[in-house]
Design a protein around this ligand. Structure first.
Ligand SMILES: Nc1ncnc2c1ncn2[C@@H]1O[C@H](COP(=O)(O)OP(=O)(O)O)[C@@H](O)[C@H]1O
Ligand SMILES: [Mg+2]
Length: 313
């Protein structure tokens, strides 16, 4: 039995999801017999950790601050063991542009893209390069901030006229954005869990929008309007390759403990890695717990395993 500080909340756009992940993790840790203290992460974080002297921190944070290496850096400085990926892996994985460059360097398929920071538009006339980009990517084009989750700030531009507003939306979330080739395909998520024999890919989850326009995020992400199928119905060879690519992505980024890799599979069965999430959601409707369940790992067991990995780093 350990004294565990569960870190959740913070000030990212995904604060509410994190609070739900944190509450569920706290319940599980209590059932496992640990002494649990929940911390809503804010300005007093360092003081509270010094006062509490936890044996370990369970980081249930998503988005900026909690998933990008910031909180992990503080935990390193304080000498508190923590769950999940370390500082460099978090920093790389939360940056979709850095992730995609790494994947391309190692031959992992990811949709073609161009990335810009705000300076390029404000000071270097990047807008004048848009027609060349549009020609190379072809419409529709996906515009997204480099470092968000939960589909925040992502827009599909169907024509050149849609691009400026999409860029403005993406820049409201991050100073760096990417324009990416649209892949007409199915949404797959491969969760990865570290075990005694190294990282293992869990059964694949497919997210199927129940109704509405495929370009409409409301339709895709509103609870009840997306159906999750686990294990996803895929030819064996495609499923095997998706798991391989997810593990390769996880390892290239240097992730640890657990994570989730999002991919698309197109009509030809080709796979395209979109991104990796170093701290995927742990709520009732989240994908990693569903995948674990399908592998016979209940939620308490999952939380117990993630906690144990913090001491194995
Ligand atoms: N290039 C793309 N082509 C088609 N759909 C995409 C593309 N990029 C993102 N999407 C859709 O947007 C969702 C979220 O994109 P993702 O890159 O995983 O960002 P987030 O960090 O917000 O999850 C994907 O699950 C997929 O449905
Ligand atoms: Mg995603």
């Amino acid at each position: 039995m350990s004294r565990v500080a569960v870190l959740a909340g913070g000030s990212s756009f995904e604060r509410q999801v994190s609070l739900r992940s944190g509450a569920r993790v706290e319940d599980a840790l209590e059932r496992l017999g640990h002494e649990v203290v929940g911390i809503d992460v804010g300005r007093d974080l360092v003081g509270r950790l010094r006062e509490l002297e936890p044996d370990v921190a369970f980081v249930a944070m998503h988005g900026a601050g909690g998933e990008d290496g910031t909180v992990q850096e503080l935990l390193e400085i304080l000498g508190v063991p923590y769950t999940g990926s370390g500082v460099p892996a978090c920093a790389r994985a939360m940056d979709k542009v850095a992730t995609k460059h790494l994947l391309l360097e190692h031959g992992v398929p990811t949709p073609p893209f161009f990335a810009f920071n705000q300076t390029a538009f404000r000071e270097l006339g990047a807008a004048d390069a848009l027609p060349a980009i549009e020609e190379r990517l072809a419409f529709p084009i996906v515009v997204k901030p480099s470092s968000q989750g939960s589909a925040l700030g992502i827009k599909f531009a169907r024509t050149a006229a849609d691009v400026p507003a999409a860029l403005v939306a993406a820049f409201s979330y991050d100073h760096k954005v990417l324009l990416e080739r649209f892949v007409d395909g199915r949404d797959l998520a491969v969760s990865v869990l570290d075990g005694p024999d190294g990282p293992e890919a869990l059964p694949i989850v497919e997210a199927v929008p129940r109704e509405g326009d495929v370009y409409d995020f409301q339709a895709r992400y509103e609870i009840g309007r997306t159906e999750f199928i686990c294990p996803a119905e895929l030819p064996d060879a495609v499923a095997e390759r998706a798991r391989e690519l997810a593990l390769r992505t996880y390892e290239l980024l240097g992730c640890f403990g657990f994570g989730r890799v999002d991919l698309l599979v197109d009509g030809d069965g080709e796979l395209h890695v979109l991104e990796a999430n170093p701290i995927p959601g742990l709520t009732e409707t989240s994908l990693l717990p569903q995948a674990a369940e399908a592998a016979g790992i209940g939620f308490d067991d999952l939380v117990g395993r993630i906690l144990a990995s913090a001491f194995a780093r």
